[in-house]
Design a binder for this molecule. Sequence first.
Ligand code: AMP
Length: 565
Amino acid sequence: MTQVIGGFAALELHPNILAAVIATGYEEPSAIQTLSIPVILAGHDMIGQAQTGTGKTAAFALPILSRIDPAKRQPQALILAPTRELALQVASAFETYAKQMPGVSVIAVYGGAPMGPQLKAIRNGAQIIVATPGRLVDHLRRDEKVLSTVCHLVLDEADEMLKLGFMDDLEVIFKGLPAERQTVLFSATLPHSIRSIAEKHLRDPKHVKVETKTQTVTAIEQAHLLVHADQKVSAVLRLLEVEEFDALIAFVRTKQATLDLAAALEAKGYKAAALNGDIAQNQRERVIESLKDGRLDIVVATDVAARGLDVPRITHVMNVDMPYDPESYVHRIGRTGRAGRTGRALLLVTPRERRMLQVIERVTGQKVAEVRLPDAAAVLTARIKKLTNALAPLVGDAETTHGELLDRLTADIGCTPRALAAALLRKATNGQALTLAEVEREQPLVPNGGAPRGERSERPERSGERSERSERGEPRERRAPVPLADGRARCRTALGLRDGIAAKNLLGAILNEGGLVREAIGRIQVRESFSLVELPEDGLERLLTKLKDTRVAGKQLKLRRYRED
Ligand code: AMP
């Protein structure tokens, strides 16, 4: 679909950046990207109002990468982010988009990791620095010239940075930057404090905001489920067990995701196919025809590929990846509930996307109820119901046609009719788990998104560590542990406050060495002589092996599964 690629091509990005975007599988720019990219490319200062999930990172990363000079081995762009996790995410997005720009390197600078290598990478000519403010100020103290060549500054999630108390640090950083520079500020909200920063430090900024109109959605039952990003596929499979759908369309963001999810569904026996911008027109028509006539039940599509798709059989829309804006949400879910029928729309929400959910609720004027993942008992009930529905019509006059054969076979084999029927059932259900114990064994993972915690900042005096501090010195080392969320295991290390450990050190070590995303790690409790960390049960042994040689504060972490009894 060349006109689709035209969406990004029309934005006049550097050809190598455009090539990387296409290779990443993005089909068209999101609304915030369409609006911001030309403004940033033209060199203006900008205030962008957008939250996570709108594609805001690419909205500034693509034009900034297009404007830097790879031949100059010195810092040219500085991106400030409120948390270590966001800094890492932004840095990795820059790396992805810069893949076809030889000579461009990106360094993430955040607290909790040694400063030496970070400074070395900056001095070695990284052009893009993605940093949390606190740690960057530490670097500035060591070398006040470290930012003297930066000509593009981005404040990402500026409102969050202020909430976390980084105002003073930001002022120090502004002083360390050349006055002649482009400044771009992204923020979900624009309170007075943000406006005054903009007034003081931005020059004639352009305002960019995706306008949202109130939209009505009727006859569609909407629900959302909180889930961690890496567990989406298993969550979808589990939901489908209990949802009674006729035909379903699942929306994801990239071509690769259409292929991956369609393959996972097919492997589970669903009649599913992928629909993305790479699929030729005639093949696309075949897929839609098949969905119409029941040869397919599930289509996994990107927004672009699903454009104009109108299939009355669709009873369900599953938003596996968050849409970029409320309009496209309304557009997506409008695929169901056609012709006066009712439809059901499910939305998977990762912890960072909860704000986007609120925006959707505001714009549509409707609450999107929270549902939880069905447990093993619900899955079993649904499976048995499906089996009953499939078998009931087969009974009919079977006894007349096959009754005698049954008598003969039971006599020949020497078994009861019940034993033979059970054997036939086992064959017909193809080894599917159909007892509670088996279903439980089969589906242990996916904790219900629960109430995923907010992120922690690099600042110890903020966030979850306050409680930890109040515990210090209390003679209650053995208080009853907090109940564990589903799918999590509690692990223990003998390192605690007396070893100079803080939660952020443990978090940093486990994230870096274990290769986990922030959301995968639950509560961290640091006590005087030990600490407890909640980790995903799924893959725990592998993770513990990975962390075998990890050291924190110069000591071996030696994390072990912790049994409460
Ligand atoms: P952000 O709002 O920057 O946190 O981005 C949310 C997610 O959307 C990230 O996983 C991006 O990789 C993805 N994304 C951003 N822009 C696009 C696009 N134009 N097409 C598909 N996916 C995108």
